[in-house]
Ligand binder design. Structure first.
Ligand code: ZN
Length: 426
C-alpha cells in the first residue's frame, strides 16, 4: 500500500512459497483474464462484489514465475486449478480502498472502489481467491472467491478504441521484460506532442538511474494517449474540475498533494490492448503531487519541476511496495502500522522479525539499532524513524529516495526493486 507524495519541505533538506512453479502452457492461453470487482467497506468491515469477466488481448507478465515468491501487498490473489486443486498462479497488490479504510471518513461511511484482478487466461476451470491481510497479525485471510469456467462463463471482449498507442522504447520480448505503460490524463489529442515529450523525459530519467540502469535491455516503454476533453486535472480545494479521460484528482482523502484516480476499471480499459506489467499515469499539470500504490498505479504531475523525482519515489511504492522512509510529515497514519508485528514492506521494520528483512546486508560491526551519525552515512543499518513514525519503526539507510527526493534509492530499496524487475524478466 501507499502512497502519499513527499512534502516539498523534505525534498532537499518475503517469505518464499513452498509451491513449485507450473508450466504456463499447461494452464493458460496468451490472453489475460480481467475480473472487475468493487471493493467495499469501512474501517471495520470489507466486502467484494463481482462486476464482470473480461478477456484482454495479451498476457504481458512472466510465464516462468507463476508462483510469486514475494510476500508483498495488503491483498493477495490465488488461482487454483479446479480439477486438481493445486495453486497455479498468485500475486499481491494494494489499492485505494486499502488506504480509504485508514481515513477518518471510513469510521462513518462505507464506500465502494473499483478494482481489477488480472491473471493469465485459464484454459480450464479455476478457482480465484482474494485474501486480505489483517493488521492485527499481518496474515492473509480469504475474503472472496469466484469460479471461472472458460467454456461456460460470459466473458466480455469489448475494446475502447478512442486512444492512441506509441512504442517508445522496445528492447525485449514481452514475457521476458518489464513492460511499463505511460498513460496520459488531462491531455487532449492536440496535446500529443507535449505528452510524448513528458513520456520521453520521464523514461530517460528512469533508465539513467539505479537500479533501472542495470536493466535497460529488459525494460520496454509504451505510451497510451486517451483523448481528454479538457487539459489539466481536478483541484477540488480550488473548486476547479476538468473533464479528463481517467478522472485524476488532487486532494485525495483530504491531502492536498495526493494526486490519484478513483476508477481502476476505466484506467485498465485504456491499456487492454497494450502489453502492460505496470501502469504509470502522467497528469498534465504543473502542480506538485503524485501517488503510488503497489501493483495498482503510479500517478505523477508531469509538468511539475520535480516530475522525475516524484515519479521515481512513487515507482518505489507502485512497483516494489516500498514503504515511506520519512516520519516527519503530517500524514495521518492511524492504524496503518502495528508495532507488534513485522510490516510486509521490504524497507521498513519494527524489529519484531528482523531476520526476514535486510539483516544479512548489515556489516558485523554496525550496531542495531544504528545511531544517525556521520560515520554511518553510507552504511546499511537500522535507523529509527520511518513510515510516518519517529519511534518504533526503522529504515535501512540514513537517507533514501523513499525518504527525500533528490537522493538515490538506498541499497535495500535497490535490491528489492531489482528482485521485482528480475521477476518480470525471467
Ligand atoms: Zn530505502
Amino acid at each position: 500500500m501507499k502512497k502519499f507524495f513527499i512534502y516539498l519541505g523534505l525534498i532537499f533538506g518475503a517469505s518464499v512459497s513452498i509451491y513449485s512453479q507450473k508450466n504456463y502452457d499447461d494452464y493458460f492461453t496468451e490472453n489475460s483474464l480481467r475480473i472487475d470487482i468493487y471493493h467495499c467497506g469501512n474501517n471495520n468491515t470489507e466486502a467484494v462484489f463481482f462486476k464482470e469477466f473480461l478477456k484482454e488481448k495479451i498476457w504481458a507478465g512472466t510465464k516462468k514465475n507463476l508462483i510469486n515468491s514475494f510476500d508483498l501487498g495488503t491483498y493477495q490473489v490465488r488461482v487454483y486449478d479446479k480439477n486438481s486443486g493445486i495453486l497455479i498462479f498468485n500475486y499481491g497488490y494494494c489499492s485505494l480502498f486499502g488506504e480509504y479504510i485508514h481515513t477518518e471518513e471510513a469510521q462513518n461511511i462505507s464506500k465502494c472502489f473499483p478494482e481489477s484482478i488480472i491473471i493469465p487466461f485459464p484454459k480450464d476451470r479455476v478457482l480465484i481467491e482474494l485474501h486480505s491481510r489483517k493488521i492485527d497479525d499481518n496474515k492473509f485471510y480469504k475474503i472472496w472467491e469466484i469460479e471461472f469456467d472458460p467454456k461456460k462463463d460470459l466473458v466480455k471482449e469489448e475494446i475502447v478504441f478512442n486512444y492512441k498507442t506509441f512504442n517508445i522504447d522496445i528492447k525485449s520480448n514481452i514475457s521476458e521484460a518489464l513492460d511499463i505503460v505511460f498513460i496520459g490524463d488531462g491531455y487532449t489529442f492536440e496535446d500529443e506532442e507535449s505528452f510524448l515529450t513528458d513520456v520521453d523525459a520521464t523514461a530517460k530519467y528512469l533508465m539513467d538511474n539505479e537500479p533501472f540502469k542495470n536493466f535497460t535491455q529488459q525494460i520496454n516503454i509504451r505510451a497510451v494517449l486517451p483523448n481528454s476533453a479538457e487539459s489539466g486535472t481536478d483541484l477540488p480545494q480550488l473548486n476547479e474540475y476538468k473533464n479528463t479521460a481517467l478522472g485524476t484528482s488532487f486532494n485525495t482523502f483530504g491531502s492536498k498533494r495526493y494526486l490519484t484516480l478513483y476508477d481502476y476499471h476505466i484506467l485498465r480499459n485504456f491499456c487492454s490492448t497494450v502489453p502492460c506489467d505496470h501502469v504509470c499515469v502522467l497528469v498534465n499539470t504543473d502542480i506538485y503531487g503524485g501517488g503510488g500504490i503497489y501493483n495498482f498505479w503510479n500517478v505523477t504531475a508531469a509538468k511539475n519541476q520535480y516530475r522525475n523525482e516524484i515519479f521515481m519515489h512513487e515507482l518505489g511504492h507502485s512497483l516494489a511496495g516500498l514503504g515511506d522512509e520519512y516520519y516527519d510529515s503530517e500524514v495521518s497514519t492511524e492504524g496503518m502500522y502495528n508495532l507488534n508485528t513485522e510490516p510486509w514492506e521490504a524497507n521498513i521494520t519494527t524489529l519484531v522479525n528482523f531476520d526476514s528483512k535486510w539483516k544479512n546486508m548489515i556489516k558485523k560491526d554496525i550496531p542495531i539499532p544504528t545511531p544517525v551519525e556521520n560515520k554511518y552515512s553510507f552504511e546499511v543499518g537500522v535507523y529509527e524513524g520511518a513510515a510516518y513514525k519517529s519511534k518504533g519503526l526503522y529504515r535501512p539507510f540514513i537517507n533514501c529516495k523513499m525518504k527525500s527526493l533528490g537522493v538515490a534509492f538506498c541499497p535495500v530499496c535497490q535490491k528489492t526493486l531489482s528482485d521485482i524487475i528480475k521477476y518480470y524478466c525471467e
